[in-house]
Design a binder for this molecule. Structure first.
Ligand SMILES: CC(C)(COP(=O)(O)OP(=O)(O)OC[C@H]1O[C@@H](n2cnc3c(N)ncnc32)[C@H](O)[C@@H]1OP(=O)(O)O)[C@@H](O)C(=O)NCCC(=O)NCCS
Length: 175
């Protein structure tokens, strides 16, 4: 991986095409939910992007499912930037933003549960997240047979302190 510094910031709607390209490139590998350019233009301000040498090398959206639950959606790190904790830093930043916005839980739906358990998420029955089922799952061709794990972490400062989460995200990245 390049040693250039990586910074995290909110995406801009003018960057929707770049978000689209990054998500498309990882759609199959990550079993990501397909996104449209229009949707990404409107929702860009809910995305955190990791930028290295002015290139977006990672992204994820903090997607509200209800007033209580937000979801990590469209998490993708460019192959050139993997293995340097960019993904962890993005999720950590989403966690801090979700807490600031007073969500109680952060969830993710994934085929790689090990990645999220690493960050304090636990596997739960899908039925514990009815917000997701009624927002997305019922519309999906793979409803009840998707093979994704539902994962949740509480947004609780005591939990974070015990587990050592919530450090400023940029500090977790290699310089
Ligand atoms: C999954 C993904 C986001 C990881 O990004 P990354 O920046 O390379 O990951 P990190 O460097 O933050 O990894 C942090 C830790 O998780 C581990 N890890 C990485 N990918 C993992 C996986 N698929 N399963 C389990 N652990 C994994 C790393 O080894 C690392 O361990 P360490 O802390 O002991 O060194 C990236 O591989 C990707 O974009 N994949 C394609 C899309 C995808 O799968 N998205 C997630 C769908 S919800």
């Amino acid at each position: 991986m390049s040693t250039a510094r990586i910074t995290l910031r909110t995406a801009e709607s003018s960057e929707a095409k770049k978000l689209y390209a990054l998500i498309q490139a990882n759609l199959e590998e990550g079993h990501l939910l397909p996104r449209t350019l229009g949707e990404l233009t409107v929702r860009a301000n809910r995305f955190v992007v990791a930028v290295r040498a002015r290139k977006i090398v990672g992204c994820a959206e903090l997607a509200p499912l209800s007033p209580h639950v937000a979801e990590v959606r469209s998490l993708a790190v460019d192959a050139s930037a993997r293995g340097g904790h960019v993904g962890v830093a993005i999720v950590d930043e989403l966690r801090r933003r979700a807490r600031r916005e007073s969500f109680e839980k952060l969830c993710a739906f994934t085929h790689v549960p090990g990645y999220f358990t690493h960050m304090g998420f636990s596997i739960v029955p899908h039925t514990w997240l009815p917000e997701k089922i009624f927002t997305d799952c019922v519309k999906c061709d793979l409803f009840k047979r998707c093979g994704q794990y539902a994962m949740v972490v509480p947004l609780d400062s005591a939990f974070d302190a015990v587990h050592g989460y919530g450090v400023p995200a940029v500090a977790a990245l290699s310089a």
